[in-house]
Design a protein around this ligand. Structure first.
Ligand SMILES: NC(=O)c1ccc[n+]([C@@H]2O[C@H](COP(=O)([O-])OP(=O)(O)OC[C@H]3O[C@@H](n4cnc5c(N)ncnc54)[C@H](OP(=O)(O)O)[C@@H]3O)[C@@H](O)[C@H]2O)c1
Length: 253
């Protein structure tokens, strides 16, 4: 029986790379995101390349009702989720606290913290019932360090770090694995979203060094998921060689 992975935010970046890698490893997939067309294109490509089964769910993780309704509507056999990758997330803006846009704050808190919780609240009981499963939470170096103007984004990723630890403890009696993967700079749509479509500013973030690419993080996630049944990797911080921390870079400029 092929295993099932549920990936949030599969329309771009790390989530999309995970979808490709898990399909290549013969997983059936539940792919979610807000951009239906991208979900449709990706799923038809992966179905024909890898002959896997795929369910797509267009949903905004910020909507509790949408998350609950869409996930609950899955056929019963699809609720046997082996791996949940809580990946959907974003940063918006990079402003000092006294100039921050409060709508951006709401978006980040609602997506990165509350969205991750809504999805987990629906899927984790399925795992508890089967005493089986693995939850992988996408944190960030921003959840390990706080950098200037990153205030609220960093706070949301510190929350993910803490929730990862809480899930690990609460799900311990059920043999459910819980892992946080904390990347440094990964070149995806992330900076474009942070700078609200300013591609010039987004590109500058990755100049002068080799950033991680989405596939690097997908490979890391595959590594943590494929450990033997008695092994759990609690967390991993994964950086480009040219980045030692939030403030330490080696750039050729
Ligand atoms: N790139 C980096 O440098 C970096 C570093 C550390 C951690 N991370 C974390 O890695 C994760 C993935 O980021 P990425 O770099 O792959 O960024 P990305 O290319 O911008 O992809 C983000 C994904 O999240 C989805 N998403 C955003 N808001 C959503 C919402 N409200 N409801 C449902 N889906 C939503 C997007 O899908 P739709 O727009 O279609 O909904 C998209 O599929 C995030 O949690 C991010 O914080 C990224």
């Amino acid at each position: 029986m092929p295993k099932i992975a549920l990936i949030t935010g599969a329309t771009a970046g790390i989530g999309e790379a995970c979808a490709r890698l898990f399909a290549a490893q013969n997983y059936n997939l539940i792919l979610t995101g807000r951009r239906t067309e991208r979900l449709e294109c990706l799923s038809s490509e992966l179905r024909s390349t890898h002959h896997v089964q795929i369910q797509i769910l267009t949903l905004d993780v910020r909507s509790k009702t949408e998350v609950e309704a869409q996930l609950s509507s899955l056929p019963e056999e699809w609720k046997a989720v082996d791996v949940l990758i809580n990946n959907a997330g974003l940063s918006q803006g990079l402003d000092p606290i006294h100039e921050g846009n409060t709508d951006d704050w709401d978006t980040m808190i609602d997506t990165n913290v509350k969205g991750l919780l809504y999805v987990t609240r629906v899927v984790s009981p399925w795992m508890v019932k089967r005493k089986h499963g693995h939850i992988v939470n996408l944190g960030s170096i921003a959840g390990k360090e706080t950098y200037a103007n990153g205030n609220v984004y960093c706070a949301t990723k510190h929350a993910v770090d803490s929730l990862n630890k809480g899930m690990r403890i609460d799900l311990l009696p059920y043999g459910i694995k819980v892992t946080a993967v904390h990347p440094g700079a990964v070149e995806t749509e992330f900076s474009e979203v942070r700078f609200k479509g300013d591609t010039g500013r987004a590109k500058k973030v990755y100049e002068g060094f080799d950033p991680l690419v989405a596939e690097d993080i997908a490979n890391t996630i595959w590594y943590v998921v494929s450990t033997p049944p008695h092994v759990n990797i609690n967390e991993l911080v994964v950086m480009p060689v040219a980045q030692a921390g939030a403030y330490y870079w080696h750039k050729e400029n």
